[in-house]
Design a protein around this ligand. Structure first.
Ligand code: NAI
Ligand code: AKG
Length: 394
C-alpha cells in the first residue's frame, strides 16, 4: 500500500495486517478478529462474511464490487464501499493501448521481430483510427476517460449507457445509441465499460456481436461475464474481429500462475492479465481513497462510497424527541416504542452545547399512536416529542 495512505491509517491507530496471498478459499479462516477488510480482486464470499464475526466494513480497493457478496454483507449489517473513478484513467489508458495495438498488430509484429522476422509488408496493412467511429458501452468514470482519449485520436464517439438520453448525449457531444445493438452496428471500435450485475451479465451477446461491422475492434476491460465469450469466438471467425481483453472467465486468484484462456488462440486476440487498474498512479489514488473511507468510518461514522445502504428505507415517519442528556432517558423512550410495536429503522442523537440536552431523531415505519406519544412525553426528562411524516419520494 502507498506509504502516505499507510501513514494515514497508522495515525488512526489501526493495526494493519497485510495478507496478499489469501484467496477466496483461505480468506474466511483469516478473518477472525478483523474489523475492516480491504480487498482488491480477492473474492469475498458469504462464507467469508459469516466467518468474519468482527467485520464492520469491507473496502473494495477498486471499482467493481461484483467480487464481494454484497447481499451477504447487507444481511449481516456489514458496510461495503468501493473507490469509484480512482482507477478510471489507468483503465482508459490500457483500453486505448489495446485499440492502437490491434489496429497496427503491434504485439504480432514484436513477436515476429523477436524471432528475427522483418514482416514490413504484412504489418504495413493497417486501416488507421482517424475518422472512424468508437462505441462506448457504459459511460461512467472509465467510459468518459476513454471518450476523452478517443477524441484525441480523431475517433468519432458514440455511447450507450443506462442514464444516457439523447439530450444528455448532445450536451456531451457524443452520438447517442438507443440500444446496445445500435451502438455495436455503428462501432468500428467497440469498448465495454459496464459493471457486472444481474442486468449486465451476458449483455454483450450474440445479437450484439452480430451487429458489429466486419473487422471491428472489440475491447473488454470490464468483466468477462458481461460478454458471451463463446459467441465472441464465433464472431471472431465470422467477422474477422480484432479483440483486446483484460478480463477472462475463471481468472486465477493469484498474481502469478499458469492460465490459458481459449479465446486467445482464436484469431487476432490480444490479452493482458487483468492489469487495467495496475498503474502506480491508480494504486496511489486507490490507497488514498481507501484511507479516506476508513478514516471517515472511524471518526465521522459515515462511510463514503457505501454501496449497500437501503435506498428506500421502509421508514415513513420521524419521531423527534428533545430530552435532557441524562442516563437512561433514551432507553426509556425506546422501551415505550418497543411496547407499542414500533420498529426503529434509523436513529441519530445530537448533543447541544453544554451537554444539557439532546435531540434524538428516530425514523420509524409505523406512525406511533397518541397513547405511545403521551407515555414518552410523560417522562420528566423529555422536553418535547413530535412526529413528522416523511415525503413519499418513491
Ligand atoms: N480491468 C480492470 O482492471 C478494471 C475493470 N473495471 C470494471 O469496469 C467497470 C466500470 O467501471 P467504472 O466506469 O469505474 O464504473 P461506473 O459505475 O463509473 O460506470 C459504469 C457505467 O455503466 C452504466 N450502467 C450500469 N448498469 C447499466 C446497465 N444495466 N445498462 C446500461 N448501462 C449501465 C452506468 O450508468 C455507468 O455510466 C467496473 O464495474 C469494473 O467491473 C474497473 C476498474 C478496473
Ligand atoms: O485491483 C485490481 O487489479 C482489479 C481492478 C478492478 O477490476 C476494479 O477496480 O474493478
Amino acid at each position: 500500500m502507498d506509504t502516505q495512505a499507510l501513514e494515514e491509517l497508522r495515525v488512526l491507530g489501526v493495526e494493519i495486517i497485510s495478507r496478499p496471498e489469501l484467496t477466496k478459499e483461505t480468506l474466511p479462516a483469516a478473518l477472525d478478529g478483523i474489523g475492516i477488510l480491504v480487498v482488491r480482486s480477492t473474492e469475498v464470499t458469504a462464507r467469508a462474511i459469516e466467518a468474519g464475526r468482527h467485520l464492520n466494513l469491507i473496502v473494495r480497493a477498486g471499482a467493481g464490487v461484483n467480487t464481494i457478496d454484497v447481499a451477504a454483507a447487507s444481511a449481516r449489517g456489514v458496510y461495503v464501499a468501493n473507490c469509484p473513478g480512482k482507477n478510471a484513467i489507468a483503465v482508459a489508458e490500457l483500453t486505448m493501448g489495446l485499440v492502437v495495438a490491434l489496429d497496427r498488430r503491434i504485439v504480432d509484429a514484436t513477436i515476429d521481430l523477436r524471432a528475427g522476422k522483418w514482416e514490413k509488408t504484412r504489418y504495413a496493412q493497417a486501416e488507421g483510427l482517424y475518422g472512424r467511429r468508437i462505441g462506448v458501452a457504459g459511460l461512467g468514470a472509465i467510459g468518459r476517460e476513454v471518450l476523452h482519449r478517443a477524441r484525441a485520436f480523431g475517433l468519432e464517439p458514440y455511447a450507450w449507457s443506462r442514464s444516457l438520453s439523447s439530450n444528455k448525449a448532445q450536451r456531451l457531444d457524443v452520438g447517442f445509441a438507443r440500444t446496445l445493438e445500435e451502438l455495436a452496428a455503428r462501432s468500428h471500435v467497440f469498448t465495454i465499460h459496464l459493471p457486472l450485475d444481474s442486468r449486465t451479465r451476458g449483455i454483450v451477446n450474440r445479437n450484439v456481436l452480430d451487429a458489429l461491422p466486419d473487422g471491428a475492434i472489440v475491447v473488454n476491460t470490464a468483466r468477462s461475464e458481461v460478454m458471451d465469450y463463446e459467441a465472441l469466438e464465433v464472431a471472431i471467425a465470422k467477422k474477422g474481429l480484432r479483440v483486446g481483453l483484460d478480463v477472462f472467465p475463471n481468472e486465477p486468484d493469484r498474481g502469478t500462475g499458469t492460465f490459458e484462456p481459449r479465446v486467445l488462440g482464436r484469431g487476432l486476440v490480444y490479452g493482458t492479465p487483468h492489469i487495467g487498474a495496475s498503474t502506480e498512479q491508480a494504486q496511489r489514488a486507490i490507497a488514498m481513497e481507501t484511507a479516506r473511507i476508513i478514516r471517515a468510518f472511524m471518526t465521522e461514522e459515515t462511510v463514503p462510497n457505501v454501496v449497500n445502504i437501503c435506498a428506500t428505507s421502509p421508514a415513513r415517519y420521524v419521531v423527534v424527541i428533545r430530552m435532557l442528556d441524562k442516563v437512561g432517558v433514551l432507553a426509556n423512550t425506546l422501551s415505550v416504542l418497543k411496547r407499542h410495536g414500533i420498529n426503529i429503522e434509523e436513529i441519530s442523537n445530537t448533543v447541544f452545547d453544554g451537554a444539557l440536552a439532546t435531540c434524538t431523531k428516530m425514523r420509524v415505519s409505523g406512525r406511533p399512536g397518541d397513547a405511545c406519544l403521551k407515555e414518552i412525553a410523560a417522562f420528566d426528562e423529555v422536553l418535547h416529542v413530535d412526529v413528522v411524516s416523511l415525503p413519499n419520494l418513491a
